[in-house]
Design a protein around this ligand. Structure first.
Ligand code: PMP
Length: 407
């Protein structure tokens, strides 16, 4: 992408100047968490320096300012994912909490003995375990859409798995272990045709692609701030208003109530019904800054540039004997996941780290996927728009070195 000024963008991210063990940091662990631009760091700093107060509670000026900032952030999140209503945006700690919230509320109220929950073989543990616990509690059954050798969903089985017993399909927008982007629209339409609701785990998608919950037509969409250049400890559950309204509350306490007496409690309106206790106000201001930052860069160009980085890494690494890319989907969240023949992934990670290169090795919280592919784990380089082709050259040199030391 000719007009993509990566040098200028890199200057927005203070950590990218850092040296690790005397070597310039090459940060290829973006699927775990992205780095933060100055504007996100500053927004949170400013919040604590000039605005800190509790929200929704007091008549005083600081509280009004904090409440305004907090609700403005919610409004911007709604626009960011094209949510029709601001009250459909529920603040949570991250994707994990968003999924747990749905399992504990919608799930408990709607899943009965004999019902089925359809997952896929490529889910992150956080989109498996909450459903497993719910299924055990209710006597429901987990069924699984399989993955092909190429690391893509095997849609040939979808029709036979989907019937009236399936009450929920919970699947990821993109695999955190392999990068594979899933054909959501097709799956959602089929799920709806048997009356199932669909929850999408968007943790790996929001940093890379524009998200439009209305055109996706899903029922729940979950994501984390820290994987889209925002802070840790804040994330979003989007849900359809009519579903959220029917759902019982999640955690309980302050903020989520209308009226409390010892005989009974009435619950607050959306979204506050699901937001018990003092929320992560600073986190919301940081998330707002991240959305604002992403709004200023051409996201189409970002997607193209990131795809270019992945293509380049695949091409360069193909020259190294013993490197085997795991998951070969064309449409990917810019993740290069691979094994090096005869070598444990963690040894490769250690040698790359000695050269300042941060990658992830292991099962990536997707053990069922690793079992399916019959590997203990992979080495995962996950790219963001602030990475460069030069960094990939150094990474490939690092791999050559790792191979000469380990093989
Ligand atoms: N789902 C996917 C696909 C992920 O990649 C992650 C984070 N690795 C999660 C869920 C959990 O996100 P968080 O840890 O931010 O709650």
């Amino acid at each position: 992408v000719d007009d993509f000024d990566v040098t200028a963008l890199r200057m927005d991210f203070p950590i990218l100047d850092k040296k690790v063990g005397g070597k310039p940091l090459i940060y290829f662990d973006n699927a775990a968490t992205t780095q933060k631009p100055e504007s996100v760091i500053k927004a949170m700093d400013d919040y604590y320096r000039s605005m800190n107060a509790n929200v929704h509670r007091a008549a005083h000026t600081l509280s009004a300012q904090a409440t305004d900032a907090f609700e403005r952030a919610r409004r911007h999140v709604a626009a960011f994912i094209n949510s029709p209503f601001m009250e459909e945006i529920i603040w949570v700690r991250g994707t994990t909490e968003a999924i747990n919230l749905v399992a504990a509320t919608w799930g408990r109220a709607n899943i009965q003995a004999g019902d089925r929950i359809l997952l896929t073989e490529m889910e992150h543990h956080s989109n498996i375990v909450p459903w497993q616990l719910l299924a055990k509690e209710k006597g429901a059954e987990i069924i699984v859409l399989s993955v092909t050798d190429a690391g893509e969903l095997d849609l040939t089985n979808l029709d036979s798995l989907l019937d009236q017993r399936v009450k929920l399909v919970a699947l990821t927008h993109a695999s955190n272990a392999l990068g594979t982007r899933n054909p959501l629209e097709q799956i959602i339409e089929k799920a709806h045709s048997v009356g199932a609701k669909v929850l999408v785990d968007g943790a790996q998608a929001v940093a890379h692609w524009d998200i439009d919950v209305q055109s996706l037509n899903c029922d729940f969409y979950a994501f984390s701030g820290h994987k889209m250049y925002g802070p840790t400890g804040i994330g979003v559950l989007w849900g359809r208003r009519e579903l959220l309204e029917q759902m019982p509350p999640y955690q309980s306490g302050g903020e989520m109530i209308k009226r409390v007496s010892f005989s009974d409690t009435s619950f607050n309106d959306l979204p506050y019904k699901f937001e018990a206790g003092t929320p992560n106000i600073a986190g919301a201001t940081g998330m707002d800054a991240a959305i604002n930052y992403l709004g200023k860069i051409d996201r189409q160009a970002v997607s193209q540039y990131e795809a270019g980085l992945l293509e380049y890494a695949i091409r360069k690494a193909a020259d190294i004997p013993g490197i085997n890319r795991v998951g070969t989907a064309k449409d990917s969240a810019s993740i290069f996941s691979f094994t090096l023949k005869g070598v444990h992934p963690s040894d490769v990670g250690t040698i790359l780290n000695q050269q300042g290169i941060a990658v992830r090795d292991g099962h990536h919280c997707a053990q069922p996927l690793m079992d399916r592919l019959n590997i203990p784990g992979t080495i995962r380089a996950s790219f963001a728009f602030y990475n460069t082709f030069d960094e990939i050259d150094q990474f490939v040199e690092g791999l050559v070195k790792a191979r000469s030391l380990l093989c």
